[in-house]
Design a binder for this molecule. Structure first.
Ligand SMILES: NC(=O)c1ccc[n+]([C@@H]2O[C@H](COP(=O)([O-])OP(=O)(O)OC[C@H]3O[C@@H](n4cnc5c(N)ncnc54)[C@H](O)[C@@H]3O)[C@@H](O)[C@H]2O)c1
Ligand SMILES: O=C(O)C(=O)C[C@@H](O)[C@H](O)[C@H](O)COP(=O)(O)O
Ligand SMILES: [Zn+2]
Length: 381
């Protein structure tokens, strides 16, 4: 990336994957200068931009101007905002729009938005003409710290979350932390769940840092936000570089997700339950199960859940019932839905459990009775 004295301060985290390596560039004001960064990656001065209606109203013009200033012709493709857009219907619509726009195999698709747009546009890029390059420009906290990095792309289906998808790495990720200023408080907090996840997985020091700084970060401290984004991206980049296709340790990034995805499926991928909220509740459940199985000290579970709640996130099923006014499916239904998880092998569900804060591990022989007990008790404590 060309640096000039008037350019905003930015930081690049490499994702090292051999000839598919790329940088995650993090900083405020990057969107307005995206043209200089992106132009050298294009084979011709043309870029379709996939985004959603909300982000289009807030940030599309800045990006379009930045690209057009470099002589790049843009074609915006604007989809409805929200999880329901990660569907076969919208995938078909998007693929049609990309072909109608004349996208060739050597072109570059730009995904501008949150994890929904990144996952959907990334999947479209993976399968259109058997694979077109794409760039992630994540605009939510969740997408900046997690979904834009690592190449998991997918849509949701009635059977479960992300069950149809592909691994397809982006060529570049541009995370403009200034774009987070327009994000709603609820979406910011939902994204924070994935930040807290990195601490809970294997970084107790980071979790302690979040306990001190999380509330100020959520309240709007931009320097703390940028620090949390850089730390989270570095953590994810390390895991992805070591295990791109989740043959092993990448599964740790699924902490809270086996429970969370089942709840999102039950909620019908509606705005009643955001992905980050489901993950937060799922992480609380994972800690409760770990305590119930005698694996984790109760005080660590209490601490993990207390921090989530201090950040106005749910830490279990009772919180979801009360805070999100969600009707929680019965235990049998949750267990049935978890049976569709991609980590199921030979009929057994793999769970990510914890021996303490920062001590998560992959458990292939979890006690289903203990899990069912925790789910049935709703764990409000
Ligand atoms: N691929 C991965 O590795 C990975 C990782 C984590 C999550 N995910 C997926 O990501 C999705 C959730 O992503 P998300 O939380 O970003 O949701 P999202 O994409 O739906 O964005 C949340 C909302 O914020 C709006 N928005 C986005 N940027 C904004 C901005 N700067 N200002 C104001 N509003 C803005 C969007 O229009 C949307 O309404 C889920 O489908 C989840 O499964 C994928
Ligand atoms: O990148 C990963 O690996 C993750 O697990 C990150 C998760 O936060 C993300 O929600 C991911 O989409 C879940 O993966 P899945 O394979 O369970 O769909
Ligand atoms: Zn997630």
């Amino acid at each position: 990336m060309t640096q000039n004295p008037s350019a905003p301060v930015h930081h690049a985290v490499p994702v090292s994957l051999g000839d598919r390596s790329y940088d995650v560039v993090i900083g405020s004001g990057l969107l307005a200068r995206a043209g200089e960064t992106i132009a050298p990656l294009l084979t011709r001065p043309f870029a379709p931009i996939v985004t959603d209606e909300t982000v289009a109203g807030l940030h599309l013009e800045t990006l379009t101007r930045a690209l057009e200033a470099e002589g790049i012709r843009t074609v915006p493709i604007v989809l409805p905002a929200g999880e329901a857009t990660k569907s076969f219907h919208h995938l078909e619509q998007l693929l049609g729009a990309l072909m109608d726009a004349g996208v060739e195999r050597t072109d570059m698709i730009i995904a501008l938005g949150g994890g929904v747009i990144g996952d959907l546009a990334g999947f479209a890029a993976a399968i259109l003409r058997r694979g077109v390059d794409f760039i992630q420009i994540p605009t939510t906290l969740l997408a900046q710290v997690d979904s834009s990095v690592g190449g998991k792309t997918a849509i949701d289906v009635p059977q479960g979350k992300n069950l149809v998808g592909a691994f397809h790495q982006p060529r570049l990720v541009l995370a403009d932390t200034g774009a987070l200023k327009t994000l709603s408080d609820r979406e910011l907090r939902a994204g924070y769940a994935e930040v807290a996840k990195y601490g809970l997985i294997d970084d107790a020091d980071f979790f302690a840092w979040l306990e001190t700084n999380g509330p100020a970060l959520l309240a709007g401290d931009e320097a703390l936000r940028a620090e949390a984004v850089m730390h989270s991206v570095a953590a994810k980049a390390r895991v992805v570089a070591a295990d791109e296709r989740e043959g092993g340790q990448r599964a740790l990034l699924n902490l809270g997700h086996t429970f969370g995805h089942a709840l999102e499926t039950a909620a019908g991928y509606s705005g009643d339950l955001l992905h980050g909220e489901a993950v937060a509740a799922g992480m609380g459940i994972a800690f409760d199960v770990s305590v119930r199985m005698g694996l984790c000290p109760a005080e660590d579970a209490t601490r993990a859940k207390a921090h989530l709640r201090a950040c106005s996130l749910p830490a279990g099923l009772a919180d979801l019932e009360q805070r999100n006014s969600l009707t929680i499916p019965d235990t049998d239904e949750i267990v049935r839905l978890m049976g569709q998880d991609k980590k199921v092998s030979q009929g057994r569900i793999t769970f990510i459990l914890a021996r303490g804060i920062g001590k998560s591990f992959i458990c292939k022989d979890a006690d289903i009775a203990a899990i069912a007990d925790v789910l049935s008790e709703r764990q409000a404590a």
